[in-house]
Design a protein. Structure first.
Ligand code: ZN
Length: 99
């Protein structure tokens, strides 16, 4: 796993809704994401949806790899979460403006 792209400042903030985190073995993440035909590894993914517990708000599900699977190290999880929270906040998948 290389360096994780940091979201641009406008998306690099706390997500205003509930975050549902799921840890999956690395090898299950690409399939679970439903993303096909993309180059490179899919380390993690996220999805925003209407929060069933609070219909006025959105929730964001973030899936990160289980530490120790696919070479994932514990210290990478925070960077992955920061990246995915950027997506929860509307950062487009093309990573425009990433740092
Ligand atoms: Zn991304």
């Amino acid at each position: 796993m290389g360096g994780v792209v940091v979201p641009p400042v406008e998306y690099d903030r706390e997500f205003p809704g509930r975050i549902i985190r799921e840890d999956l073995p690395y090898w299950d993440i690409a399939k679970a994401s439903g993303v096909t035909g993309r180059k490179g590894r899919i380390e993690a993914y996220s999805r925003v949806f209407q929060d069933s517990l609070n219909p006025a708000a959105q929730a964001c599900k973030i899936v990160v790899p289980v530490v120790g699977t696919g070479g994932t190290k514990a210290e990478q999880i925070a960077d992955l979460l920061r990246h995915e929270i950027g997506h929860c906040n509307g950062w487009p998948a093309d990573h425009k403006g990433g740092r």
